[in-house]
Design a binder for this molecule. Structure first.
Ligand SMILES: *Cc1c(COP(=O)(O)O)cnc(C)c1O
Length: 530
């Protein structure tokens, strides 16, 4: 076992910063300024002035640096090792995209800057919309939603607005039992009612099941493809036809686009609305709470309902503008785009503005958030798509699928595989065989940490009892996957007691999660030290 990462090395202990405190220590010591002091009481009323912050840590500079560096080293991230969470796409993202998002022209641009001075930013957003439309097979895209769940809400609000406009509002949305938890939540938040349908014995939705619930009070279906069992919804076209025949829309949760990138387009399968998580598939680091972006693509019929502002491009006769840097096409269509002229910015509304925000959209559901979306996330996605190109994106998709199938095949001798068929970007096992031996999914997840791996997603999706859901992503190589498979196999063969009491090599052992949830200690107080 000694050749696994995470089993050797220096793990520093680190107390709370308060416990490092010792009276009189100072962080920095610089010569006294020769500019006269303004004493706080001269500018702040004394009754508002704090004289003492109880327990405020007094520490030196090196104390502070070591404290935070050590704590940062207890973190596990995709930069440390494999992070096989299912339904999450925790893939490694190229660092060059971080550099690009930090270029001053992007990072320091201000949302109140006039359009004439933001043409590059607008061009990037405009082109990203077109690229995402091309990848998903949609007609139009909004970049505004700040996350996948907000994209879902956006989609549901647009569908509801569409039916309100026809004068025949619809109340229901069909949701399969494999859906991500955010799906029924978004439906409810949009004022609609979720109607559950069960997946068939193959782990996918059957047209019959949809036919049985689809009616003229149903706004549509919310489907995830590939679904959260990692299986492709083979009947999607037939299901779309059933929903369309009754006047409904097909919403696809495209949070994890990895499996389809450059290989197939949801729009060609009958999908009318889709959200994509840029923080899963398109190069924004994922986890730690954001920021993210959940752009939504729609077919023509729903376009008038997209949030405002929309970005438009003025129609410019290509003859009147030379082509200093023609818009690079992702494939085909983009080749027709007119270029941005150089050095002609004139400020707000200037005649040289090629890209503009428009607010005049009477059927729009309105704004979803301040300004225009999480711009830094959009820059990373743009850079990623441009660097990968159509072939690179397809390769990423193919590798993601290959890797998941490699893990599935590698582990099915040791773990129960409830749906034994080719998977897409993730595969789902259960602990059925291990339960007979005396340990379960949670024990396996905890034990994996001793081998230096982040545990996979556990107990989701709910349709598999005690699920272990693994998405290796395209960024792991064969050696990495072999190491993971080997660790999982060894765990399956270990003594139950050893697995049940894991983890053994982490800084803290198994935590009492119920107590942590019920009696959280959220604040350190000097009086309750210890
Ligand atoms: C992650 C995910 C979501 C939610 O996306 P957020 O950005 O976390 O709101 C929705 N559906 C699926 C399938 C997901 O994997």
């Amino acid at each position: 076992m000694s050749n696994y990462i995470g089993t050797t090395g220096l793990v520093m202990n680190e107390p709370l910063i308060f416990e490092r405190s010792s009276e009189g220590k100072r962080g920095i010591d610089v010569p006294k300024s020769d500019v006269g002091d303004v004493r706080p009481e001269e500018v702040i009323p004394t009754d508002l002035l704090r004289t003492n912050i109880e327990g405020f840590p007094e520490v030196s500079e090196v104390d502070v640096v070591r404290h935070f560096v050590r704590i940062s080293q207890w973190n596990y991230g995709v930069d440390t090792g494999m992070y096989p969470l299912g339904s999450c796409t925790m893939k490694y993202n190229p660092k060059v995209n971080e550099d690009i998002a930090r270029l001053p022209g992007f990072a320091r641009t201000h949302p109140y800057q006039p359009e004439g001075l933001s043409q590059g930013a607008l061009q990037l957003m405009y082109e990203l919309e077109r690229y995402l439309a091309e990848i998903s097979g949609m007609d139009s895209v909004t970049l505004q939603p700040a996350a996948g769940a907000q994209g879902e809400l956006c989609g549901m609000l647009m569908m509801a607005a569409y039916f309100s406009k026809t004068g025949k509002p619809r109340r229901k949305v069909i949701i399969p039992d494999t859906a991500h938890g955010t799906n029924p939540a978004s439906v409810t938040l949009a004022g609609l009612t979720a109607v559950p349908v069960k997946t068939g014995h193959e782990g996918i939705l059957t047209p019959d099941a949809v036919m049985a619930v689809m009616d003229e009070d149903t706004a549509g279906i919310m489907i995830t493809n590939p679904n959260t069992l990692g299986l492709f919804e083979r009947h999607i076209k037939e299901i779309s036809d059933i929903v369309h025949k009754k006047g409904g829309f097909v919403y696809c949760d495209g949070a994890n686009m990895n499996a389809l990138l450059g290989i197939a387009r949801l729009g060609d399968m009958g999908v009318d609305v889709v959200h994509m998580n840029l923080h899963k598939t398109f190069s924004t680091p994922h986890g730690g709470g954001g920021p993210g972006a959940g752009p939504v693509g729609v077919k023509k019929e729903l376009e008038p309902f997209l949030p405002i502002p929309r970005i438009v491009k003025k129609n410019i006769n290509p003859v009147t503008f030379p082509h200093p840097h023609p818009t690079p096409p992702l494939e085909g269509e983009g080749a027709k785009e007119a270029p941005l002229p150089q050095g002609e910015d004139e400020g707000e509304g200037g005649s040289s503005c090629i890209y503009k925000f428009i607010y005049d959209s009477p059927d729009s559901i309105g704004r979803l958030r301040a300004f225009y979306g999480n711009f830094g996330v959009l820059v990373r996605a743009y850079a990623y798509i441009r660097a990968m190109g159509p072939e690179g994106l397809r390769k990423a998709g193919e590798m993601a699928v290959l890797n998941a199938n490699y893990v599935k095949e590698g582990l099915k001798s040791h773990y129960h595989l409830p749906y034994n068929q080719p998977c897409m970007h993730e595969c789902v096992f259960s602990d059925k065989l291990q339960l007979e031996k005396g340990f379960n999914t949670l024990d396996i997840a905890k034990r994996l940490m001793d081998y230096g791996f982040h545990p996979p997603t556990v107990y989701f999706p709910l349709v598999v009892h005690d699920a272990i859901m693994i998405e290796p992503t395209e960024s792991e190589d064969k050696a990495g996957l072999d190491g993971f498979i080997d660790a999982m196999k060894r765990i399956a063969e270990e003594e139950p007691e050893l697995v049940r009491s894991a983890p053994h090599k982490t800084r803290v052992g198994r935590l009492d999660e119920a107590k942590a949830a019920r009696k959280p200690v959220l604040r350190w107080r000097p009086s309750v030290k210890g």
